[in-house]
Write a new protein. Structure first.
Length: 420
């Protein structure tokens, strides 16, 4: 029997909605409260596949309590699956991102088997069912039990060039939803249901993003034996091929020929990602015994550590091969850091090249940009300041909540969406 997990009532000591006024002004918050009041009596049930690790859990952790505070009855449940199921969904993830992987009929059977178990076990109670990513997508089979229920499918990944077998399999579920949501215009697909484009966001008051005392940062650097005097290049990411940690080491080695610097590769694993142990081993092998490469395996909940490592960095890198949106990029930009990041997924939405960061397309390009930033601290500082303002205007949690509230209301008020 599968156990599902209810995440709705475990948010001790979180920021209050009015605390965000200092970033976005009172009118934005007033607006959110007004929109929320129009959703009185409606329950929102979020469902995803992991409560820790990765961007989806990160956003839900912060957003659910705020929605509840402004009066939107919001819940979060997590589907359960065994190792085999998550191996299959990881294959889906890779193939949707255009990476090669082998998938066969048995994999689809494994997926459907766990889907059916979750369908049996899960309590479906939302007026709006907010389903995140492919893992729980099959729950839509429950739609026909209650015709008044609205179903949204939120795609957090880059599906601009998906494997057609996997996409066609998922599409059979997607088209049954009332609407879909993608993070960037380039991810949108030809679909018979409405598509909404909503960027994710970060929470400026979370432990991961709030201001830190210099002493806290120093203590964390000491804990990991990182030399404060040597320039730091930092990538924070799950150990995943698509984050290209090996490519990051290659870029660092090119920079190292000219500048005595150090590399920090910090990240953990997500419970729905069985591949990370293999990737971590490859990264460790590639790093060899270079004392200036710090590979830090962070346990879940290392938010202050991540915050400190981002703040201490001279340059933050995100050399992803594919990326959904790239929240780690947003986090670094908010800290006014010069960021060098691949022009993939949602990253170009966040970085205007040479204005609010540097976009790169190769190991050599990344190394060139890092060198330039390390050599020109004033230029790096200006990019960082521009970046922070762009995040303040576009990628904070309050804007994200507003977009979702408008979408929820549209489900009841727009004839286009209602009739599907
Ligand atoms: N993250 C974390 N611990 C880690 C690695 C990443 O908490 O070991 C966080 C990171 O700070 C960010 C999110 O997980 O908030 C990753 O989101 P992103 O969109 O960058 O990538 P994803 O992992 O969802 O592909």
């Amino acid at each position: 029997m599968l156990q599902t997990e209810n995440k709705s009532n475990v948010y001790p000591g979180f920021a209050k909605i009015r605390d965000y006024e200092k970033f976005v002004g009172a009118s934005v918050i007033n607006n959110l409260e007004l929109l929320a009041s129009r959703l009185k009596g409606k329950t929102i049930q979020n469902i995803n596949s992991t409560s820790v690790g990765g961007g989806v859990a990160e956003i839900l952790n912060r957003m659910v309590p705020l929605l509840r505070e402004i009066g939107v009855d919001t819940h979060w449940d997590v589907i359960k699956g065994g190792e085999q199921f998550f191996q299959v969904t990881k294959k889906f993830h890779n193939l949707l991102h255009g990476r090669q992987d082998l998938i066969n009929a048995h994999d689809f059977e494994v997926f459907m088997h766990t889907t059916e178990l979750n369908i049996e076990e899960m309590d479906i109670y939302g007026d709006i069912m907010f389903i995140h990513d492919p893992q729980p997508i099959g729950l839509i089979k429950k739609k026909y039990e209650d015709k008044n229920r609205k179903w949204l499918w939120r795609c957090h990944i880059d599906v601009s060039n998906p494997d057609q077998d996997v996409w066609c399999f998922l599409k059979k579920f997607i088209v049954k939803y009332n609407a879909s949501i993608f993070s960037s215009p380039q991810f949108s697909q030809k679909l018979s249901i409405p598509q909404f484009l909503i960027s994710p966001s970060i929470d400026p008051l979370s432990d991961k993003n709030r201001e830190l005392d210099i002493q806290v940062i120093d203590d964390i650097l000491n804990k990991y034996n990182i030399d404060k005097q040597k320039p730091m290049i930092t990538q924070i990411s799950r150990f995943d091929y698509l984050k290209d940690p090996v490519g990051v080491i290659d870029a660092y080695r090119l920079v190292k020929k000219y500048i005595d610097c150090q590399l920090i590769l910090a990240g953990g694993t997500a419970t729905d990602d069985p591949e990370s142990v293999k990737v971590l081993a490859q990264v460790q092998e590639k790093a060899g015994n270079d004392p200036d490469i710090h590979i830090l395996l962070l346990p879940a909940g290392s938010d202050i550590e991540i915050n400190a490592l981002q703040r201490a960095a001279n340059v933050v890198i995100q050399k992803s091969i594919k990326e959904g949106f790239g929240l780690t990029v947003t986090e670094a930009l908010w800290k006014a850091k010069p960021v060098v990041a691949s022009a993939v997924g949602g990253i170009p939405l966040q970085i205007k090249h040479k204005f609010s960061g540097m976009l790169c397309h190769s190991v050599e390009g990344a190394a060139f940009a890092i060198k330039q930033l390390l050599h020109s601290p004033e230029y790096a500082k200006q990019l960082g300041l521009n970046a922070r303002e762009n995040v303040r205007l576009n990628f904070l949690l309050t804007r994200h909540i507003k977009d979702y509230l408008l979408l929820f209301l549209a489900l009841y008020n727009s004839s286009d969406v209602v009739h599907l």
